[in-house]
Each structure stands twice: as C-alpha cells, then as structure tokens.
Design a protein around this ligand. Structure first.
Ligand code: GLA
Length: 719
C-alpha cells in the first residue's frame, strides 16, 4: 500500500520507491507535517510535541508547530500556504481537517498541466479536506504518491462555501518543513543565452527567495528549488527537491525559522497574483512535484527525468524517436526565399536529416523583427507557392516540414493590431512598453484565445505541417487586463496562463500527430508546465558547444534529455564568436534532440560527408539518449572536463560522453568512473576492448581528449 492511515497515531504515511512522507492530524484537527525522507514503516512515527520543542518558549505555540498547510493571523508568522483576505478586510484564517480519503490513481487537474497515471496501480492519492469555520473557505489538499519513485505531486483546491467574497492573497502548492537547517540550497539561475546554471549556497537563518514576476518562468530563474545536506554531491547524500509545474510567475522559498527548521516552499508569486473567490467559486493551485533522494543529485534528477518524460509529457511523440532536424534560423535569419530554403533542404535530405523547420520570417511582411506578428498569412513574395507549395517540395525530398510561430504576440505594425488595438496587455492611459518591437496578446480574454486557436489551426490544417516551434519572445509589462474589473486585475497573469494552457490543449489535441517544440528566446520558458503540452523545448539561443555543456548539464538537474533541443550551428559561433570542431559540436548536440541550425549549402563536400556520418550515428544512439538513465559524472562548473552518460534500462549499454574545454600540458589522462552498470557484466567497446562493469564503476575508464574543445563519445555494450 502506498498510503496507510495509522488510526492510533492519526498519521498518514505516503510511501513509494525509497521515500516516505508523513502527515498527522492532531487532537485539534490541525494538519501537521511529521516527516519527508528515507522510507519508513507506517507505524514508525508518532507526533510528540516534545520532539519538536522541549523547552519553555514565549513564542506562540501555533508559530512553533510543523504546519503542513500554514495559514496566518492566529500566531503563524511565516508565509502562508493559503492566505485569504475576507470581505471585512482582515486576513485571519484557521484551517482544520474535516475528512480525508485515499483513492487509487491520480485525478486530473482540470485546466492545468499535471503529472498523470496510466493505470491505477501506479499511484495513490490522499485528499484531505480542511475548513475555516468562520469564512467557509474549504481547501482540499491533494497528495499523489507514485509507487515506483516515491515522487509526490501536490496541489490545492479552494472553494468558497461561505456567503461573502474572499480574496486569495497567497497560494503555495507545497510548503514543507524539514526538521533541520544544516543544509545547502540549490537552484537554477541564468539569463538569456546563459540559462540554468547550477547555484549552490548554504541555507542561512531568514529567507532565501527565488522568483519570477515576468509572466513566464523566465531565463533568470527556474521554478525549482532543492535543499540538500552539506555533504551531498551528485552520487550521495540527501536531497529534497521541489519543482513547480507552471509556466508563469512563481516563487520558491527557503525560510529558516528561529528554531533552526528550514521550510521549502513553491507556489504563486504574490507580487503579481491574487484571486477573488465569490461564494460558490473554486480555484485550483498548479501542481508541485516533490522528490527525495538519498543518492545525491543524480538520484533526484533521475526521478524527475522518468516522471517528466513518461508521466508529464503526453501525446504521440512522447515515446517516439525524435526526428533529426535542420532549422534555418541561424543559417539565413530573415534573408531567405524558397530557392534558398530548398537548397538547404536538399543538402539536408542528402545527409539523412528527417525534418526541415522554417523559422521566423515566412508570414506578413516580416523581413526583420519589427512587424507582422499576428498576421499568420504566408508571404508570397518569399514563398510564391505558399506554405503548401513549399511543404510539398520538402515532403518530396523525403523530409517532414516544420514551422515557427509566435502566437502569443502582436507587432504594433500588423493588420491584427490595427484591427484590435485593445487585444494586447496594456493599461489605458499609459504607454505600451515594447520589447523586440512587440506587444503581448491578452490571453486572459476568451476572444483572443479563440483567435489564436483559429489562426494557428488554419495554417496547420492547410499547409502540410508536421512540426511546430511555438515561440514566445518577451516578458509581460502592463499585465493588468483591461477586460477585468478592478478587484480582479491582479488575476491577469494567472488568467493568461490558464488561457495559454487552454489554447495549447485545444491545438495539440486537434493535431495529435504533430510534434510540438516550445521556445522562449531559447530557454525562457523551460518548465514542467510547458512540457505537459510539448515534449521538447529549445534549450537556449546559445548554440556554442562549450556553453552548451553548462546549459545541458544545468538543465538536466530537473529535465530529461528527451526535452532538450540541441543543434549544431556554424562557426565562429554567432553568440560567443568561438570556433569548435564539427565533431565537438555534434558530440554535445547528440545528448539532446539533435539538429542542425546552419546553412548546409555552405558546407564543403568533406563537411557534408562528416555530417552524414554524424546523422547516422545519432539515429543509432537516439533511443538510448532518449530513454536511458542519465548520469552526471563531471561538472563543467568545476573544471575543464565535463562527462555524462546514458545507461540503457537493462543496464547492458552505456554511452559515455566526455568533453574538455581548454587542454593543459603534462597531465595524466582523464579517468571517468561510470555509474549504474551491471557489476558482473563485461562491456565491450567498438575497438574490441572489454571491461568488467565493476571495474568501470570503481577504477573508471581512460578517455583520450586532446586539444582545446575536444570530445569523446564511447558506446560500450555488455556481451
Ligand atoms: C527566438 C528563438 C530563436 C528564433 C528567433 C526568431 O529568439 O529562440 O530560435 O526562433 O526567436 O525570431
């Protein structure tokens, strides 16, 4: 049983994989948190206040208790998981448990992205109903524990059963006290073209907060925060991870209180979120996914990878090999016509590429980034046969055809904007702040959602499109919808996300065979929410192979290789000016969804031959990189070497990828210790050398890396 209620102890123990999570209903019907860590039997823990505080304190008892769902106003001074302002203007809430049920499987989270089960045996769900007797606020706290991993998906459903309006001022999908604070905090920080570097800092008394108020999860922070033991590394030590399945503004917090207890939280960002709940109305929080590992960060990441690859991503491409693609963006930018595109496509088809993606610039009068977003009509000057003509020619070459869109945006210089100047996010009487000469459509409005659905669908159903790159290239400003009354204005950002999810659900369900890849100026919306609708995301606009080591390593902390777009681009690299070999660029890109992003028509015959070999190698390896267990072995953040590996589910194959940035003379060759192999199996390399699994894991394997920006990709198979 995954969830057991121990009646004498009044505890629920949620167990799966190697993890348990224990809740307690105290004598006064408060919901307390007793434990989250290594698996324990359901009779292991009893609530004894003396365990938590065994001293006289002038602090209020309510502030000391390990609340599972803290609320404020009666003695709790931290950030409330559920903060409510009453019609009378006070912000006092008191939630008490009314009832609880345990069900097989996992209920859907309507309108929001969420993990799911395919059979009821995969998970169980505990639903705890709590009530504030004064306001009539009801909160259902949902906890799904996945049997195989022990990952816990949590969300809250709020209902106003009272007779006056309530305003939700704070909403955290998870807020979990750990009974200690001798910990480090780890998160993913960055910027455009430098997304998701791993940051690790010691936890200190007070608050650590990472957040986005941008209306997107953002380039700067990712909706993820982990706490770990000081001694934790990639392979050992305890790690507690919290990931937020949402694509908009968010916050993640670590608060250490005056008793030395750290609390890990993720949820909505109250700077840009509040919600009016009229009597009878409901509100669901997005989902948080909690993962515990006592095998270091690889142990945590592997649980996230499996869950997000197999039970968050959906659709017909979830379990399929992803096509090797070529995207024309860095190859041509806006400077193309049909002939130029076909010349690239022809070379691509000759080397075994499977999908040609036409990026920005095919519509309206768009010859630079200053116009036409919103006018999703093909530019017949550039493409005289229209998209249908182009896609037919591409298909005739044996390639699939893909198309770029940026559906959430509008250029002030566009027919759409001239027809509907009020459809963008704006505040009457204030200038409309432009970024990249564009404004954001107000997706909180149903008529805007309908327009996007019909404009995109019209192109998709008539043009022979097999793949969509769904881009979103700026953050929100003036995000206070003109269509909402003053008391609901602060709902705009969340209503936008709900609108976006509705659009994505509708479009992806209407075109179930299409492969969708999300993008946001590269990785500005690389989050679990988006992965629910589109199984892959363009990792970053930085395509430099050396920078990609950090980008892909950092991204892998939470996200599987199957979610990362990774392309070979031209040298000198357009973002860094660095030149690296085709081999290095390809060896980095094959760890994700491999593609090219350059003008293949400019390749020499030798380069084309090399590229052809790479493509056939990628096709050989791509199922292993998509479904294998990913191990981070050497960090690009710590030295000149990077190494990672993919181990097949039966552990009989391992692909070791190793890279050197700048070489150093007179040093011993690199040895890399592999992980996750069969200790007694003999693994054979391509050159016929054989290695015992245990030796590969304990003594390691020598990797030959010579010269700056060098790489080695080695496949070993058990015989
Ligand atoms: C963004 C994307 C790029 C490209 C351009 C087109 O920057 O990240 O890959 O599609 O937009 O304008």
């Amino acid at each position: 049983m995954s969830i057991e209620f121990n009646a004498p102890a009044r505890t629920w123990t949620l167990s799966g994989g190697g993890t348990s999570y224990v809740l307690h209903r105290d004598e006064e019907n408060r919901l307390l948190h007793l434990y989250w860590g290594r698996r324990l039997p359901s009779d292991a823990l009893r609530w004894d206040p003396a365990d938590y505080f065994s001293f006289a304190s002038l602090d209020l008892p309510v502030n000391i208790l390990p609340h599972e769902l803290p609320v404020c106003g009666s003695g709790w001074y931290g950030t409330p998981a559920v903060g409510i302002r009453t019609a009378g203007g006070d912000e006092v809430t008191d939630l008490r448990v009314v009832s609880a049920t345990v069900d097989a499987g996992k209920p859907p989270l309507p309108g929001l992205p969420a993990t799911y089960t395919e059979t009821d045996e995969e998970a169980q769900t505990l639903s705890v109903l709590l009530r504030d007797s004064v306001t009539g606020l009801e909160v259902t706290a949902l906890y799904t524990v996945f049997e195989a991993s022990g990952a816990i998906a949590r969300s809250l459903r709020l209902k106003n059963t009272g007779s006056s309006a309530l305003t939700v001022t704070s909403l955290l999908s998870a807020s979990v006290p750990l009974w200690r604070s001798d910990l480090d905090a780890v998160h993913l920080h960055g910027a455009w073209a430098r997304e998701r570097s791993i940051i690790r800092v010691p936890v200190v008394p007070g608050d650590l907060r990472i957040a986005s108020a941008r209306g997107a999860s953002g380039h700067e922070e990712n909706p993820f925060l982990a706490l770990c033991e000081h001694r934790a590394d990639e392979h050992s030590g305890c790690v507690w991870g919290a990931s937020f399945v949402y694509s908009g503004s968010f916050q993640a917090l670590c608060h250490v209180d005056n008793f030395g207890h750290a609390r890990l939280s993720v949820g909505m960002n109250p700077e840009v979120f509040s919600w009016l709940l009229e009597p009878g109305e409901t509100l669901a929080s997005p989902e948080a996914v909690l993962v515990f590992s006592d095998a270091g960060f690889n142990g945590m990441s592997q649980q996230y990878h499996a869950l997000y690859r197999d039970r968050l991503a959906r659709g017909s491409w979830r379990d399929r090999s992803r096509p090797v693609l070529i995207n024309n963006w860095e190859g041509t930018y806006f400077d193309f016509d049909e002939q130029r595109l076909l010349a690239i496509a022809e070379k691509a088809s000759g080397i075994g590429v499977e999908l040609f993606v036409l990026d920005d610039g095919w519509f309206g009068r768009r010859n630079s980034d200053n116009c036409s977003l919103g006018d999703w009509k093909v530019n017949l000057e550039k493409l005289p046969g229209g998209l249908t003509g182009l896609s037919a020619k591409i298909h005739d070459m044996g390639l699939r055809f893909g198309l770029w869109f940026e559906p959430e945006m509008v250029s002030p210089d566009s027919d759409l904007y001239r027809a509907h100047p009020d459809w963008c996010l704006h505040v009457d009487g204030r200038p409309r702040t432009e970024a990249r000469q564009q404004l954001i459509l107000d997706l909180s409005r149903p008529e805007v959602q309908d327009y996007i659905i019909s404009a995109v669908s019209a192109v998709l159903s008539s043009s022979g499109v097999d793949y969509v790159k769904w881009d979103m290239n700026r953050n929100m400003t003036e995000a206070w919808s003109v269509s909402l009354p003053p008391e609901r204005k602060k709902e705009t950002q969340h209503r936008y996300m709900l609108g976006l999810y509705h659009v994505l659900e509708t479009v992806t369900s209407a075109f179930p065979d299409l492969l969708f890849e999300s993008c946001s100026g590269g990785g500005g919306r690389f989050d679990p929410g988006i992965l629910h609708y589109m199984p892959q995301t363009w990792t970053s606009d930085d395509t430099d192979a050396v920078e990609r080591l950090k980008l892909q390593y950092g991204t892998s902390l939470v996200y599987p290789a199957s979610s990362m777009g990774a392309h070979v681009s031209a040298v000198p690299n357009h973002q860094t000016g660095r030149s690296t070999s085709l081999k290095m660029r390809s060896d980095v890109a094959l760890s994700g969804n491999f593609g090219f992003e350059l003008d293949l028509a400019k390749f020499s015959a030798e380069e084309l031959a090399e590229a052809k070999e790479m493509v056939s190698r990628v096709k050989e390896l791509r199922d292993l990189t998509r479904t294998g267990t990913f191990w981070r072995l050497l960090s690009p953040f710590e030295g000149r070497y990077t190494a990672w590996s993919f181990v097949s589910q039966d552990r009989k194959q391992v692909l070791l990828c190793a890279y050197q940035v700048l070489s150093v003379p007179n040093t011993a060759p690199l040895r890399v210790c592999l992980r996750g192999l069969l200790p007694d199996a003999w693994y054979e390399a391509k050159d016929g050398r054989r290695y015992l699994g245990a030796a590969l894991m304990q003594q390691g394997i020598t990797v030959s890396l010579r010269g700056d920006f060098s790489s080695s990709v080695m496949l070993l198979k058990a015989r």
